[in-house]
Design a protein around this ligand. Sequence first.
Ligand code: B12
Length: 131
Amino acid sequence: MALTVTLLLSALLLLQGVLTQSGSEYTVSLSVQNTINNLPTLTYTTTIPYRAILLGAMRKINKADPQNFSFDIREDSNYGPFLVSVNGVAGCNTDHTYWQLLKTDGTALDVGVGCYIPDPNETVIFNFTTY
Ligand code: B12
C-alpha cells in the first residue's frame, strides 16, 4: 500500500515537472528607452519557452513585427552577442554611447542578450545611454 502511494506521488510530481518545464510558454516584454535622442519609450511583448534566452525573445518580436522592432548584434569571441543597435540607433565608441540592459528596478544585467534568461512576465529595458 505504502509503495503504491509512493509510486503515485512520484508519478504526479514527475507530471507536474514536465508540465511546468516544457508545457506552456510565458510572457516577456522589452522596453526600448532613448532619452538621449528624446524618443518615446516603446514596449514589445512576446512569449518564450521555459528558460529561453533574451535574444530568442528579441528574434521572435523582430520576426513578428520587423517594421517596428529591429536590432543588430556583433559577436564577441569571449562574451557572445553584443547589442550594437536597436531600431536603427547604434551605440558609438566616439560618442561613448551604448545600449544598456536593465531590469525593471534599474539593476544592470550582468550578462549579455545571448546569456540572459528572463523570468516569466519580466520586462527587460534597453536603455540608450553613455559610459
Ligand atoms: C569596458 C566594458 C564595457 C564597455 C565597452 C565599450 C568600450 N569601448 O569600452 C560598455 C560600457 C559598452 C560595456 C557594456 C556592457 N557590458 Co561590459 N565590460 C567592460 C569591461 C569593464 C572591460 C572590457 C575591456 O575593455 N576589455 C579590454 C579590451 C582590450 O578587450 P576587448 O575584448 O576588446 O573588450 C571588448 C569586449 O569586452 C566588449 N564588451 C564589453 N562588455 C561586453 C558585454 C557583452 C555581453 C559583450 C558581448 C561584449 C562586451 O567591449 C570591449 C571593447 O570593445 C568588462 C569587464 C572587464 N574588466 O573585462 C565588462 C564586461 C565584459 N561587460 C559585461 C556586461 C554584462 C556588459 C553589459 C551587458 C552591461 C549591461 N547590463 O548593459 C553591456 C553590454 C550591453 C550590450 N549592448 O550588449 C560583463 C560581461 C559578462 C558576460 N559573461 O556577459 C563584463 C565581464 C563585466 C561584468 N559585469 O562582469 N562594457
